[in-house]
Design a protein around this ligand. Structure first.
Ligand code: UDP
Ligand code: MG
Length: 321
């Protein structure tokens, strides 16, 4: 079998504290795979600078000049993790047979990259890295993540449990990914929709070894909600259902109130009125908000704005030289 050219795509946002170490460790892995004859010597690590405000890009350029196995892509501004991943994947697919995406902070075990490649050689088009445990996460992150996966599963959204964006994709899978024209890509939900032969590789997730998380609670919640509304209209249905139920209930309450009045048992009634006004008001606001969320999605999609803009792509120069 031909040795595949591998690109390891690493999105980086203000990662100056980890970049050097990450480059060093990934190079070691790459070199080992090359000398083992598992991948082509043209394989590379592609760092994507997602509009960092620190000296991340300068460090990437430095790493590149120090090693033929390193390249970089610079985005024109910060587009977010998913945008950076897409930019890296799409620019790499021109030159490489398979692409692995991994975070810059070395939380994912880079030694399973070898297993990814072996699965790929055995015919898998997609290989998912799945964490064995979440012992390094806080109790809160663990509990919310678990509830989220369960909830999504219930709604029929096929997420790979405990898989983040550490995965291998073949060129073929990436090509198909391009047919998904939505701008707001939630890769974890989309990739399983591609089908193809896929495999799972388990690993232990470590602590971020330096720098801090770029996913504080607020961003994490937005990410989770986005994932939900991008893949399911069940929430809108639930809201309509609640609407119907509460309407039936208020109808029954109304009948009851009229009967009571006719029988002369008039109640002061203020409490029940005020409560129902609040409940209905709340429901209405909630429904309108949720529907607005979907309309907002349509709004963004119709604009067809790019998910990323590349300012400099060093992978082009590599191929020309
Ligand atoms: N990242 C990015 N753009 C952003 C935020 C994050 O490219 O706007 C990158 C970041 O540099 C890292 C990866 O996405 O390589 C995951 O981020 P992080 O490790 O902070 O998230 P966590 O592991 O805490 O969920
Ligand atoms: Mg991380």
């Amino acid at each position: 079998m031909n040795k595949p050219a591998l690109a390891i795509v690493v999105p980086c946002y203000n990662e100056r504290d980890v970049l050097h170490e990450t480059a060093k460790q990934l190079k070691e892995v790459l070199n080992a795979l090359i000398s083992e004859g598992l991948i082509s010597p043209n394989s590379k690590i592609v760092f994507v600078d997602d509009g960092s405000r620190d000296e991340t890009w300068r460090l990437i350029e430095e790493e590149k000049s120090g090693s033929e196995h390193i390249s970089g892509v610079k985005l024109s501004r910060n587009f977010g993790h998913q945008g950076a991943l897409l930019a890296g994947i799409h620019s790499a697919k021109l030159w490489y047979d398979c692409i692995i995406t991994i975070d810059a902070d070395l939380q994912d075990d880079i030694h399973v990259i070898r297993d990814f490649i072996i699965q790929y050689q055995n015919g898998a088009e997609i290989v998912y890295g799945v964490r064995k445990s979440r012992s390094t996460d806080s109790f809160f992150k663990r509990a919310t993540a678990q509830a989220y996966y369960k909830f999504m599963r219930k709604l029929g959204i096929d997420l790979i449990y405990n898989h983040a964006d550490f995965r291998l994709m073949s060129k073929r899978a990436v090509r198909v990914l391009e047919d998904f024209e939505e701008r707001n890509m939630f890769l974890r939900g989309i990739v399983p929709m591609l089908g193809f032969k896929s495999e799972v590789v388990y690993y232990d997730r470590k602590e971020r070894f330096a720098g801090e998380t770029k996913y504080p609670l607020k961003k994490m919640m937005a990410f989770a909600f986005n994932g939900l509304t991008s893949f399911s209209i069940v929430p809108i249905r639930i809201v309509s259902l609640i609407g119907v139920l509460s309407f039936c209930l208020s109808f029954l309450t109304g009948v009851y109130a009229v009967v009571q009045k006719l029988l002369g048992h008039t109640e002061s009634g203020w409490t029940s009125i005020i409560i129902s006004v609040w409940i209905i008001g709340g429901l209405m606001l909630m429904s309108v908000g949720l529907i607005g969320e979907y309309i907002g999605k349509i709004y963004w999609e119709t604009k067809r704005r790019p998910a990323y803009i590349i300012e400099t792509d060093l992978t082009d120069d590599d191929q020309e030289s």
